[in-house]
Design a protein around this ligand. Structure first.
Ligand code: F0G
Length: 475
């Protein structure tokens, strides 16, 4: 195509080669290009080719890990080198040396990752830690607002590589939003199963807007996932839940990027919210591999924090790994409202290999921690705040030392669940728990005089919302 500009000679039309280039239809990949992909069963050790959709060991039904070559030492310079610019700019694909060998033509990337690390001493004080020794890595700064995009770029790229006709997931909302977006970029139809009425409006809106077929199940997340796994066993569907061995590979990069941000000097402790336990599993693999290739010289302790109402993994840990009992999940943190996490065995391996720990926090503890994270200007969705609430609880219990350095992972942005924000700040204290940081809008008469008088009291009160009703009363 040519364009004519004024009276000048015809030119060839400019074609952008963007950081993100989507064509809307998958590029066919020759199977021979997938020879470098394989998966290993964590139970029986059988290695199976990864050139097809695969979620469970064909021999024993165990959970699978993608096989990564960790045979030779690596240095920080191993990353980002020799990559196409759009891959080097992705906070996932720049770590390609520790990712599965998916052919470049199949890779669907939206420049995910590259998320900020915030160090805030108000959060450190809340956790009971020293100034400068508590930070949060904010995965809400991903294209669809949650860490899921890191996994989804790898999962959907693998789906493209193996020629999937349809991609699917069950979700509490974030996986579905992420899958919908990446499937749209790839040009593959997506179907998502969600528990009806139990995911936040923002996540449902994203999923619908990005064009996935949304199927509402009368039941909870655990039922939806069980149904989808049964359907996948008998139909040609590419499953993108974290039981898929390729998706967690992308989530490993949360840890690799964190280590890189810290100059490959690891923190003492990492805390992460636990739902279906894909992150816990992926983080353990990342720590293990980074250690094996010599990028880090010691391992941080990985601490998983569950909501008390959805805590089968925490209870399993407390029983000394003796009793695992699925439960009916109930929590305000709907992202982690999961009663039977599929990655439990892989997550247990992480906790064991990192001398880790598992705990649970109440909804009230989650909401207070979230209100503080929000109020210092960082913001997150409720499930994410379990990282801070868990750190605070374990410092008080002496499990985390007062001199430890701790990084909490924030998994989703504040805009994912605005209902939770409004309920906390505008609702009453009906559950008997005083919402200490409630920041109610102030009502005043529509006069300059009333506003001017309010201004003085607001300046005097300082930046932290205390009791806005009282402030208004001063008017
Ligand atoms: N935080 C957020 C915001 C999540 O959306 C999830 C999981 C988790 C934490 C827990 O992570 O499952 O790796 O332990 N959300 C899934 C979903 C289940 O469908 O969006 P996990």
């Amino acid at each position: 195509m040519t364009v004519v500009d004024g009276g000048r000679a015809p030119q060839t039309a400019r074609r952008f080669s963007g950081q993100i280039t989507a064509t809307g239809s998958p590029i066919p990949i020759d199977r021979s290009e997938l020879a470098g992909l394989s998966v290993r069963c964590m139970d029986c050790g059988t290695v199976t080719p990864g050139d097809r959709p695969i979620s469970l060991c064909p021999v024993c039904g165990g959970l699978l890990d993608a096989v990564i070559d960790i045979g030779s030492p690596m240095t920080p310079a191993s990353f980002g080198q020799g990559l196409s610019p759009h891959l080097a700019r992705s906070g996932v694909w720049r770590y390609r040396a520790l990712l599965p060998a998916i052919p470049e033509a199949a890779i669907v990337t939206q420049g995910e990752g590259n998320t900020p690390l915030y160090v805030d001493d108000r959060l450190a004080a809340y956790a009971g830690l020293r100034a400068g020794s508590f930070g949060v890595k904010h995965e809400g700064h991903n294209p669809t607002g949650s860490f899921k995009d890191r996994g989804m770029t790898v999962g959907v790229s693998h789906a493209v590589a193996v020629g999937a006709k349809i991609v699917a997931c069950a979700s509490t909302g974030n996986t579905s939003a992420s899958l919908a977006s990446y499937a749209a970029a790839a040009g593959i139809p997506a179907m998502v199963l969600i528990p009806e009425g139990k995911i936040s409006g923002g996540k449902l809106a994203q999923t619908i807007a990005y064009g996935a077929r949304v199927v509402q199940i009368e039941g909870d997340f655990d039922i939806a996932l069980r149904l989808l796994r049964e359907l996948t066993a008998s139909h040609d569907i590419y499953l993108t839940n974290s039981v898929n061995p390729f998706r967690p590979e992308g989530q490993k990069t949360i840890i690799l990027e964190l280590f890189e941000q810290l100059g490959w000097d690891v923190p003492d402790v990492i805390t992460v919210p636990g739902g279906n336990l894909g992150n816990t599993a992926a983080f353990g693999k990342a720590i293990d591999e980074a250690y094996a290739v010599g990028l880090i010289s010691r391992k941080p302790r990985l601490i998983t924090v569950q909501a008390a109402g959805a805590s089968p993994f925490a209870r399993y840990f407390t029983s000394g790994w003796q009793t695992y009992e699925p439960m009916h999940a109930e929590t305000v943190a709907t992202a982690i409202k999961i009663g039977d996490p599929v990655s439990t065995p892989r997550a247990r391996r992480t906790i064991e290999q990192t001398n880790g720990y598992v705990t649970m926090v109440t909804d009230a503890e989650i909401l207070d921690a979230k209100a503080l994270i929000d109020q210092v200007g960082i913001g997150c969705e409720p499930a994410s705040a379990a990282s801070l609430a868990g750190a605070r609880k374990l410092v008080a219990e002496g499990i985390i030392g007062p001199d430890d350095s701790v990084i909490g992972i924030l998994t989703g942005t504040v805009l994912k669940d605005t209902d939770a924000v409004m309920q906390y700040h505008m609702g009453d204290d009906a559950d008997g728990h005083r919402r200490q940081l409630a920041n109610r809008p102030i009502r005043v008469d529509a006069t300059l005089d009333a506003l001017a008088r309010l201004l003085d009291t607001v300046i005097e009160a300082g930046p932290v919302a205390t009791d806005n009703d009282a402030l208004a009363g001063n008017v």
